[in-house]
Ligand binder design. Structure first.
Ligand code: ADP
Ligand code: ZN
Ligand code: MG
Length: 264
């Protein structure tokens, strides 16, 4: 759909599959100031590809740095905090006992999730000490060395939905994701709804995007029962298969317009 939108705009487009690419790691710059729209769903691939293509002189949307920050929820939270963007309180820890003690000190419920993950996978709520012990033990005694970090956050009691604001330089629209379950990913069965983004939500999403340095992103906001707004995460690869018809935010067209407007 993005390709079609670009071609409709008389744009010369080349499509490359990440699976076919082998890129030389040298400093030779390639001719022509190309814009690369990174659509690889793989964090590993997109992060390395963006870094390599930037050295070769391309303007990559999103940048390698933005991908690395958004792809890791600990680094995202850190960037948000550094820029004073409101978010659930969060901490990172490296050992089971220290993490359980800190959770006990802060009080329940809390949320833990993989620092690197998506589609709501392994996002877990901890309601008491035995769950805290079990989940922290699993975090540190399974997986590989790179998994051995815990991200723990304040649990936000949402009003049955979360909010997603699409930012492309500026906020261009959004969706509300409603669910009976507290995990409101559409990949987990939440239903996307139309949502007219109020000015205050748009401003917050734009601040969050600026904090992590993304061009194009889906910024997820959590609303508390009291109406306070917090930034949950920033998705650097905007997906739209499940939401586009219902929400009528023309994402492929907006992405094409943004890419054309970028200059290397
Ligand atoms: P993913 O990258 O897998 O989508 P998220 O951090 O966005 O990970 O978590 C998935 C969903 O879980 C969110 O959309 C939200 O509905 C819920 N969620 C995540 N963190 C919290 C939290 N701290 N408080 C309440 N709900 C949360
Ligand atoms: Zn995500
Ligand atoms: Mg999410």
């Amino acid at each position: 759909m993005i390709l079609e939108a670009l071609r409709k705009r008389d744009c010369a487009v080349e499509l490359h599959q990440d699976s076919d690419l082998v890129l030389p790691l040298d400093a030779e710059r390639w001719p022509g100031g190309n814009v690369v729209l990174m659509r690889s769903m793989s964090l590993t691939r997109s992060r390395y590809l963006a870094a390599i293509l930037e050295v070769k002189g391309a303007r990559v949307v999103n940048s390698a740095r933005a991908i690395a920050t958004c792809g890791d929820k600990i680094l995202t939270n850190l960037a948000l905090a550094a820029h004073g963007v409101p978010m659930p309180w969060s901490f990172a820890g490296f050992e089971e006992e220290a993490c359980v003690a800190e959770i006990e000190r802060r009080g329940y419920p809390v949320v833990t999730k993989p620092a690197v993950g998506s589609w709501g996978r392994m996002v877990a709520r901890i309601d008491g000490r035995s769950a805290a012990e079990g989940l922290m033990q699993m975090r540190f005694e399974t997986g590989s060395a790179s998994d051995h970090v815990a991200l723990v956050q304040q649990y936000i009691d949402k009003p049955g939905y979360d909010l997603r604001v699409y930012v492309m330089g500026r906020a261009v629209g959004g969706i509300r994701r409603r669910s009976e379950h507290w995990v409101t990913n559409t990949a987990r069965g939440a239903v996307p709804e139309r949502y007219e983004v109020p000015e205050s939500h748009a401003k917050l999403a734009e601040r969050a995007a600026a904090a992590v340095g993304v061009d194009i992103a889906a910024v997820d906001l959590l609303e508390t029962r009291g109406g306070e707004l917090l930034v949950n995460e920033i998705n650097h690869c905007v997906e739209f298969a499940r939401s586009i018809e219902i929400t009528r935010v023309p994402l492929p067209e907006l992405i094409a317009d943004y890419a054309i407007g970028v200059h290397p």
